[in-house]
Design a protein around this ligand. Structure first.
Ligand SMILES: NC(=O)c1ccc[n+]([C@@H]2O[C@H](COP(=O)([O-])OP(=O)(O)OC[C@H]3O[C@@H](n4cnc5c(N)ncnc54)[C@H](O)[C@@H]3O)[C@@H](O)[C@H]2O)c1
Length: 373
C-alpha cells in the first residue's frame, strides 16, 4: 500500500492508495476516528458494487455507517441535496465528533465535503474516490462545493479531508469514457508540471493502453496525486500558483458551458482545451513544435468526442470571454512551455484563439503542428 502525505501541519492528511483497499477501509479509519456513527454518502452506481464491501469493514471496526444513496450525476450537486444530507445527519444523531465519508466520484466528494464543511460549523470528512478523476484530482486539495443554477461550483469552501482512501480496484467497473476523462487530468500533471510523469506515460502508451491492475498504473496515479499535492500545499486557496492546474480548463470550461454541461465530460472538454492550448503555445512561440507533437500525440489517445451538431466556434468564444477565470478582466491561459513546464499567458490575440479553437473543436490533426516549426 502506498501512503502519500499531502499538505503541512494541521491541514496535512494522508492519501492511501492500493488495489483492494476498501476491504480494509475500517481499519484505516480506526487510526483517525474513535468509532461510532458517521454519514456515508454515495450514489447508485457505486453503491451496488462497493456499498457492502465498504460498510462491512467499517462495522467490523466499531463504526456505525448511516448510508445515503443518491441518484448520481451533476444534478445531485445542489444545495437541495446538501439540505437533505443535513437532515439525514441529524436523524443519525451526528454531532461535532462524527464525520462524513464520500464514497464515489467528484460529484459525491464535492457535495459530501461541502456538507461536512458546513454541518455544525464543520466536522471531519473522508474521501473514498471511485473514479480516476476523483483519485487524481477532486479528492486532493480540499475544494468542496455545490452548483448554483447560474453556474458550476459557485457555492463552496476550501476544506481538507482527514484522509483519502483510493482503491484502484474500483476503476474496473468505471465506464471507459469516464476513465479516459480521468486520464486527461492525469496527463495534465505530466504535461504542465512533471516531465518524469510525462515520459512514463509516454513510455507505457507506446504499444497499448494502461493495464488498470498493474503496479505501473498505481505508480502513475501515485505520482499524479503527489504532483497535485505539491501544488495545493504551496497555494491552498488558488491565489496564485495553483492556477497552473487550469491548463486546458480555459477552453475546456467554455466548451462545457457552450453545451450546457450536458455533452462533454469534464475531462473530455479539458483534453480538447489542452490540445488547443498546446497549439496556441506553438503559435505564440513559447513551445517548440517537437514538444508540442509529443504532447498532442498523447492527448489524441484520449480520443475526445467531436462537437455536437450545431455548436460553432463563435458560441465557444462567447462562453470563453465570460469565463470566471478572467483575471482582472483579462483572459488568462496556462500554456506548456516545455515538457513538464507551464507558463501563464494573459490575453492572447483573439485571432489566434479563434484559430486553435476552430482546429481542435472539429478535427484532431496529428503531426501537422510540425509545419509550424
Ligand atoms: N474538488 C475538486 O477539486 C474538483 C476537481 C475536478 C472536478 N471536480 C468535480 O468533480 C465532478 C466530476 O467528477 P467525476 O468525473 O468523478 O464524476 P461523477 O462523480 O459524476 O462520476 C461519474 C459517473 O461514474 C459513476 N461511478 C463512479 N465511480 C464508479 C465506479 N467505480 N464504477 C462505476 N461507476 C462509477 C458515477 O455514478 C457517475 O455516474 C464535477 O462536479 C466537477 O466539478 C471537483
Amino acid at each position: 500500500m502506498l501512503k502519500i502525505k499531502i499538505g503541512k501541519g494541521e491541514k496535512g492528511y494522508p492519501v492511501y492508495l492500493h488495489h483492494g483497499l476498501l476491504h480494509n477501509g475500517g481499519l484505516l479509519l480506526k487510526h483517525h476516528f474513535a468509532g461510532g456513527p458517521f454519514l456515508l454518502v454515495t450514489d447508485k452506481n457505486v453503491f451496488s458494487p462497493y456499498g457492502e464491501i465498504c460498510t462491512q469493514s467499517m462495522r467490523q471496526n466499531g463504526f456505525k455507517p448511516y448510508m445515503v444513496v443518491l441518484e448520481g450525476g451533476e444534478k445531485d450537486k445542489t444545495l437541495q441535496s446538501a439540505f437533505k444530507l443535513y437532515g439525514e445527519a441529524l436523524k443519525a444523531g451526528l454531532d461535532r465528533k462524527s464525520f462524513v465519508v464520500a464514497l464515489g466520484g467528484g460529484v459525491i466528494g464535492d457535495l459530501a465535503g461541502f456538507v461536512a464543511a458546513t454541518y455544525m460549523r464543520g466536522i471531519p470528512f473522508v474521501q473514498i474516490p471511485t473514479t480516476l478523476l476523483a483519485m487524481v484530482d477532486s479528492s486532493v486539495g480540499g475544494k468542496v462545493g455545490v452548483n448554483h443554477p447560474q453556474g458550476k461550483n459557485i457555492i463552496g469552501a476550501f476544506y481538507q479531508p482527514s484522509l483519502v482512501l483510493a482503491d484502484l480496484e474500483t476503476l474496473k467497473t468505471l465506464p471507459r469514457r469516464e476513465l479516459a476523462a480521468g486520464l486527461a487530468e492525469l496527463f495534465k500533471y505530466g504535461i504542465i508540471l512533471e516531465s518524469s510523469l510525462f515520459y512514463q506515460i509516454e513510455f507505457f502508451l507506446k504499444d497499448s493502453f494502461f493495464e488498470l491492475g498493474s503496479s505501473t498504473f498505481q505508480k502513475l496515479v501515485a505520482q499524479a496525486v503527489l504532483t497535485k499535492g505539491k501544488v495545493v500545499t504551496v497555494d491552498e486557496k488558488e491565489t496564485n500558483f495553483r492556477r497552473i492546474l487550469n491548463f486546458g480548463h480555459t477552453i475546456g470550461h467554455a466548451l462545457e458551458s457552450a453545451t450546457s454541461y450536458n455533452y462533454y465530460l469534464h475531462g473530455e472538454a479539458v483534453a480538447i482545451g489542452m490540445m488547443a492550448a498546446t497549439y496556441l503555445s506553438v503559435k505564440l512561440k513559447i513551445l517548440k513544435s517537437k514538444d508540442a507533437c509529443r504532447i498532442l500525440k498523447l492527448l489524441e489517445r484520449l480520443n475526445p468526442p467531436l462537437p455536437p451538431a450545431g455548436l460553432n466556434t463563435a458560441e465557444v468564444l462567447q462562453a470563453l470571454y465570460s469565463d470566471k477565470k478572467k483575471d482582472s478582466g483579462k483572459l488568462v491561459f496556462v500554456l506548456p512551455s516545455a515538457i513538464g513546464k507551464g507558463v501563464f499567458y494573459k490575453s492572447p490575440p483573439l485571432a489566434e484563439i479563434r484559430e486553435v479553437v476552430e482546429k481542435y473543436l472539429y478535427q484532431r490533426p496529428g503531426n501537422e503542428i510540425s509545419d509550424l516549426g
